[in-house]
Design a protein around this ligand. Structure first.
Ligand code: GLU
Ligand code: ZN
Length: 495
């Protein structure tokens, strides 16, 4: 019950395009908040003006909205711990103030070492097989040394003074983890130009926003000892309320060939899934499986079902393999689970983009689409595939084009008598329904001409739909209507 105090956060930096690894992190945090009745905080870590962009910020908001991962506190919706964009918090002088407090209390110190000096000492340490991290040179400068550096015009960075004790925590995913004190050198909180770094702003905001659980990628595991130490200091200077969040590091997501899925892999970009026509429900379903399992071999579930079942003991520490085929198969399952009306609505934007219908679609296009959707629902794996399957029913006749390769393979000289016979048989048919169309074509082509079904119907299919692969033929002809069917048989015969 007391778990309702859970506060988790998703805190991406707005650089580049949202990617699936990010979405996985957002989803797990969202699910944990929902499972525990806690709060899902969305924070934007945009203190690096050289790398962050407004466009990327907008894309992040759009991504969470598209996925339906609503946040309880954050940009747009606000909250008691705002603002939720670090750029705004920085403008308010918040981080500089905390850095000052840390300096005054002795938890941090000014380091005047130049990059060249640091490099030189690092190389020497490596040559002498000592730890290469910062050596503590400026930990205890005398007033005279400081005055001397200042007189030289050096601009100091602010460094955190790591305690001399080992760092230990009980990771929510990986169990007990220890870093020896000498593995974690003093680190920079504020650059010489006054810019606060991720190492400062992220834990400060977690503290100020009273975050209780940090669920994030394994790539950040090595920064946890530093953050835990900083938490200790923040409690002492009264920035935090004394609680240290629990940490859980989500497993790596691996791509092809046993390496981490990279931002550069096309299938890592969220936009790619939107463009191809993956359903947000399906993408979340698939990403849920990357490091978590519902048990009982259940692999098809919605995000609310996931949240109901989401406990951290079912998050695995082992790397998860990203399998696009499986993701696509799950998308097909989700497409089949939609009502035909819903599926039609979701296909419309793809048809508009392909120029097959207008925006908004006309009444008659909507009718055609509604009739066609049940024919393709079983075979679709992405919404984008629907365009190739139904466009022939929708494009105006003067823009109907047949696939060139299919035409040359199927609409050969041998096909001409088939088209002529089909045309004659269908011209005489009045009751234009699939079953009658089928009966007439079978009678004319299979019985009449003695053809095998493939040889008989292949030319009709390419003539009328433009492709060798199409929705079921007779139903398609019914939807297309008699006039357009006969026209297409005629123009294919003429070609
Ligand atoms: N802004 C950090 C990132 O995107 C957040 C890391 C964290 O969750 O602590 O990597
Ligand atoms: Zn120094």
């Amino acid at each position: 019950m007391s778990d309702s105090a859970v506060r988790v956060r998703f805190c991406p930096s707005p650089t580049g395009n949202p990617h699936v690894g990010m979405v996985r992190t957002a989803l797990f945090n969202w699910a944990y908040a929902h499972h525990t009745g806690g709060t899902f905080v969305f924070r934007i870590e945009d203190t690096d003006s050289a790398r962050d962009s407004e466009e990327s910020y907008e894309a992040l908001l759009g991504a969470l909205e598209w996925l339906g991962l609503t946040w309880d506190e954050g940009p747009v919706v606000g909250g008691a711990y705002g603002p939720y964009r670090q750029s705004e918090r920085m403008r308010d002088g918040l981080y500089a103030g905390v850095a000052d407090q840390l300096l005054r209390a002795g938890f941090a110190y000014r380091c005047y070492c130049s990059p060249e000096e640091l490099d030189e000492r690092r190389e020497r340490a490596m040559a002498e097989k000592r730890a290469p991290g910062y050596d503590g040179h400026c930990r205890a400068l005398t007033a005279l040394q400081v005055a001397d550096y200042e007189a030289q015009g050096r601009k100091p960075v602010v460094r955190f003074r790591m305690p001399e004790t080992d760092s230990t925590w009980d990771d929510l995913v990986r169990g007990p983890i220890t870093f020896a004190a000498d593995q974690v050198p003093d680190y920079v909180l504020v650059r010489a130009n006054g810019e606060p770094l991720y190492t400062l702003v992220n834990p400060v905001d977690d503290a100020l926003m009273r975050i209780t659980h940090v669920l994030r990628g394994e790539d950040l595991l090595s920064s946890t000892p530093r953050q835990l130490a900083l938490y200790g200091a923040l409690a002492q200077i009264g920035v935090s309320d004394g609680t240290t969040p629990r940490f859980g590091h989500l497993p790596y997501v691996m791509g092809e060939g046993n390496r981490k899925l990279s931002k550069r892999d096309p299938e890592s970009s969220l936009q790619w899934y939107r463009d191809e026509g993956y359903l947000p429900e399906a993408l979340l379903n698939y990403l849920a499986l990357l490091g978590w399992s519902m048990g009982e071999d259940r692999e098809f579930f919605g995000k609310d079902e996931m949240a109901a079942a989401f406990t951290l003991d079912r998050v695995s520490p082992n790397p998860a393999r990203f399998d696009l085929k499986k993701c696509t198969a799950i998308n097909g399952d989700w497409i089949r689970a939609l009502t035909p009306e819903d599926l039609a609505q979701r296909i419309i934007p793809f048809l508009v983009r392909a120029g097959a219908i207008l925006d908004p679609p006309s009444e008659s296009d909507l009718e055609v689409l509604t009739a066609a959707v049940p024919l393709i629902q079983e075979r679709l794996e992405t919404l984008g595939q629907a365009v190739g399957m139904v466009a022939f029913l929708l494009v105006p006749d003067d823009r109907f084009v047949r696939d060139a390769a299919d035409v040359s393979a199927v609409l050969t000289a041998d096909a001409q008598p088939v088209l002529a016979a089909a045309q004659a048989a269908l011209a005489a048919l009045d009751d234009w329904r699939a079953e009658h169309i089928e009966r007439e074509l079978r009678a004319a082509l299979i019985e009449g001409l003695g053809l095998k079904p493939k040889v008989a119907f292949g030319p009709v299919r390419v003539a009328v739909t433009g492709r060798r692969i199409s929705p079921p033929l007779f139903e398609s002809l019914e939807i297309l209507g008699k006039g357009r069917t006969l026209d297409r048989l005629a123009t294919a015969g003429a070609s």
